[in-house]
Design a protein around this ligand. Sequence first.
Ligand code: ZN
Length: 303
Amino acid sequence: MLDQDHLFRFVFENTDMRGELVRLNASFQTALKYHDYPPPVRDLLGEAIVATVLLGATIKFDGSLNLQIQGSGPVKLLLVQLSSERTFRGMAEWDPEANYAGDKWSLNELVGDGRLAITVEPENFGDRYQGIVDLCADTLSGVLENYFDRSEQLKTRLWLGASDATAAGLLIQLMPQKNDKSTHNQYQEESDDWQRVNHLSNTISMQELLHIPTKELLHRLYNEEDVRLFEAESLSFRCKCSKPSIENMLQSLGYQEVSEVLAKEKVVSVKCEFCKQNYQFDTVDIERLFSESISPVVPKTRH
Ligand SMILES: [Zn+2]
């Protein structure tokens, strides 16, 4: 079904506003199947994945767009990576000792004090970009609205939701006016159009966001508006871990550290944090790896 695992972009004709709607089903299920997340952690991860997809559709990037949350609560780390080919992977590190009872968890209860970073890692050349905001709102959508306001100077609203089967999000944004050479101040003014569309969007329920077919949903929300919908773009889960990337990571750790693990464990085993794929290296593999490793030191990154 076209509605599933797709991103829809649309514009409000004769205004400076655009929108995006994303719904992830099978791809979200794939991201979840390697983990056993408690429901509040799963929902936050789902929201973070759709938020990254929505974000990725508003900025041009070539390589990887990362959304990372670090905190002091039960969720210590949450990381989503989106590629310019519209594949993603995501994971959360959570405290198994914490009590996850109850279904209404604020961002603060889950993450505690923390920060959210948006990073663009270019594929080949180009600048690495990073924007950081404090977790100064009770919801991920609130934090991201602040981020857009401060870092991108674009008025933006987001509605995010996730359940065990689906993660979905809606974004509306006031675009910069093309011929305006003045600063962004003008865009901060809330026009009647913006206020009206904002109000209409705000009527969306979680049930509608997660389940109503896209065209029907847009009609329900904006039936008085002139909305032009663009062709849908598909999204899928893909983990980019590979044996060579794990070998690079081991080489960057250095022979001494790796051989100490080998001596103790008899085998060096590395599990991908996203897809749980296990990579194993025995003595022969490690000797071969380091006898070949005249390559330059590779920076430590997530593999
Ligand atoms: Zn993996």
